[in-house]
Design a protein around this ligand. Sequence first.
Ligand SMILES: NC(=O)c1ccc[n+]([C@@H]2O[C@H](COP(=O)([O-])OP(=O)(O)OC[C@H]3O[C@@H](n4cnc5c(N)ncnc54)[C@H](OP(=O)(O)O)[C@@H]3O)[C@@H](O)[C@H]2O)c1
Length: 337
Amino acid sequence: MNYPLQQWIYIKRPQGRVGKQHYKLVESEFSPVLSANEVLVEAKYISVDPYMRIQQAEKNNWEQPHPLNTLQGAATVSEVLESNHSDFVVGDYVLGYTGWQTHAKVHGSDIEKLDPKKHDITTALGVLGMPGRTAWFGLMEVGKPRAGDIVVVSGAAGAVGSLVTQFAIRNGCKVIALAGSKEKCEWLTSLGVYQALNYKDYSDAASLAIQLEKLGGVDVYFDNVGGMITDAVLSVLNLRARVVICGQISQYDGGLDSPELAPRFLHQMLYKRASIQGVLARDYTHRMDEMIKHVGPWVEAGEIEFKTSIVQGFEQLPDALASLFGSNNMGKAMVKI
Ligand SMILES: NC(=O)c1ccc[n+]([C@@H]2O[C@H](COP(=O)([O-])OP(=O)(O)OC[C@H]3O[C@@H](n4cnc5c(N)ncnc54)[C@H](OP(=O)(O)O)[C@@H]3O)[C@@H](O)[C@H]2O)c1
């Protein structure tokens, strides 16, 4: 059988904001022949994630830069079109890592079957996927929240941040949610946060720090953003605060190759006997079931709000990735094919 295959090939390292100019759209005919245990899938939703921009930076200090002239890697939710594997039949929906392409031939061991009757298939890229795992283990295991703690979440209306916010509230914490628009702050307020602050209303770290101090300081800081917000938060930590470094999105837009200089804050950690720890989703992949055991029933009961910012059309993938570095999205961003 012939399929019209479309692929976005990553061809050029961005210096600033990533965009279409760093990709090439390639169209071809795809006539796959399946070997034993292989499956042919067609992408329905393709993820765009901030980590893609980290991988594009030459000196990202994390892993090898994403190779040029290769398919952009990405998590996908796809439909099975052909199957040579006993666990998958035509019409199944699966989670995989098939990248920015419309069709892929994959081994059955590299995909996971989804149950659309139980959960909307998009949740596999968000609340019940990698962002949910990051939020759950980052907050619960690294942040160690206690009832009554003040938990500051940056990027609070995003895929990870909106879940951290809700997990912390469920844990009896007072959440100060930081986000970049009035609309986002209104949503966060409706979720029951103690205070939602638009960080763009503060001209510098000092003025944001004054506001945070007035609200009681910071017991747990779940950092998705870095930059000015982090400068403010670290100056108003409470005794034995826990700082969870999940992301630094304010620095990804080219900044990783030449890091922005910041105040030397380590003395603040000393006075407050605070701790700081990075968290990576991949370290918890083997504990996915544990997260789903906790969070799945809340999703089924409608007790967790998870928004999706869905852009329509395969051609939109580079622009959708770029949009993460602005303020337009709420919740998990993805492209519907
Ligand atoms: N450690 C891990 O394993 C792991 C896993 C997943 C994600 N992450 C990290 O967690 C963070 C959030 O990821 P996500 O997938 O949930 O994406 P996300 O929060 O939905 O990311 C998009 C949002 O980031 C905010 N943002 C973008 N540029 C900014 C800037 N210069 N200053 C302040 N805010 C900015 C914007 O919200 P505003 O309108 O509020 O500015 C934007 O809507 C990212 O840093 C990501 O790298 C880490």
